[in-house]
Design a protein. Structure first.
Length: 310
């Protein structure tokens, strides 16, 4: 069934000429005051049990929104078991986390706080800590017209994450009609990306983040993590080791790759995807061209984090 789905999508693209990828909007509406507060919370280690871990510990905004480790480390030095996805452009995903268990950015923000291997605490305990900070209490009162609460903590973080979009990549400019935004090699790479069927799964504004698939559709993949994927959410046997298709936005900055985090090199990742997902042995020339295309997916640094990075 999965092979039939991929073939159907692939031939639909070829027959209709439909462009399945759309540019990231150049502007996104969000509440600036809430986002600035959320930014402060994003970097606040008080959100963890022992005041050592913040959201930014795993989602480094200067490194593509990831920590570039195979697995991240939480409180008490505990090691995770699945690669950290980028927080950039997360607002365009249909769901959050590799298994899609969170539907909103608020739900996603809550997850690590309560996860014993990540921040290892709970929101009520976080509220008690933050209530001792007079300046923070005043900020919440001014913005939300109420005391610090679990809901407005999550709302502020989610509002900040809405601002973490990266528009105006060279590929977005190309999609908007700037033919010279891409070189001949990069355009050929995009054509290969489409003709080989990569676009069947990596499409939409985020070039991913909107579908679930098993890693190893054509060639079986031996799992190297304890995660069982979408099965955690659905309890359907067919969803074991099925994961959300990741975004390819800024992909050159977000390695290591796959939910296993075991592939460090992007060209190797392209080769692996061709073999396991498409059943194709891509040539070195094809890999080079697709790689060149993927480099054009790096967008602008979000305005709200420029001062942090610079």
């Amino acid at each position: 069934m999965k092979i039939i789905f991929l073939l159907t999508t692939f031939f639909t693209v070829l027959l209709t000429g439909a462009e399945l990828i759309t540019p990231i909007p150049e502007t996104i509406h969000y509440n600036k005051a809430k986002a600035d507060l959320g930014k402060q919370l994003f970097f606040d280690v008080r959100l963890s049990k022992d005041n050592t871990i913040s959201c930014a510990s795993c989602h480094d905004l200067s490194r593509g929104g990831v920590d570039r480790l195979q697995f991240s480390f939480g409180v008490d030095g505990q090691k995770g078991s699945i690669n950290t996805p980028t927080v950039y452009n997360a607002l365009f995903n249909d769901s959050q986390f590799w298994d899609g268990r969170a539907k909103t950015l608020e739900e996603q923000a809550k997850g690590p706080i309560h996860n014993p291997k990540e921040m290892g605490t709970d929101l009520e305990a976080v509220v008690e800590k933050l209530k001792k900070d007079p300046q923070l209490v005043t900020k919440f009162q001014n913005i939300y017209n109420e005391k610090i609460s679990p809901d407005n903590i999550l709302n502020a973080i989610a509002e900040f994450e809405k601002a973490l979009f990266t528009p105006n990549s060279r590929f977005d400019k190309y999609l908007r009609g700037e033919a010279k935004a891409l070189t001949k090699k990069e355009r050929e790479g995009f054509e290969l990306f489409k003709s080989h069927g990569c676009i069947s799964c990596h499409n939409g504004v985020n070039i991913g983040g909107n579908l679930y698939h098993k890693f190893g559709i054509i060639k079986p993949f031996k799992e190297t993590t304890e995660h069982v994927g979408r099965y955690v959410v659905t309890k359907e046997e067919s969803d074991k080791y099925v994961f959300k298709v990741p975004t390819l936005r800024n992909v050159s900055m977000t390695g290591p790759y796959f939910h296993t985090g075991e592939t460090k090199d992007l060209k190797t990742a392209i080769k692996v995807m061709g073999e396991y997902q498409l059943g194709k042995a891509l040539s070195k020339n094809e890999i080079e061209k697709i790689y060149s295309f993927l480099l054009t997916l790096t967008g602008e640094t979000p305005k709200i984090v420029k001062e942090y990075i610079e």
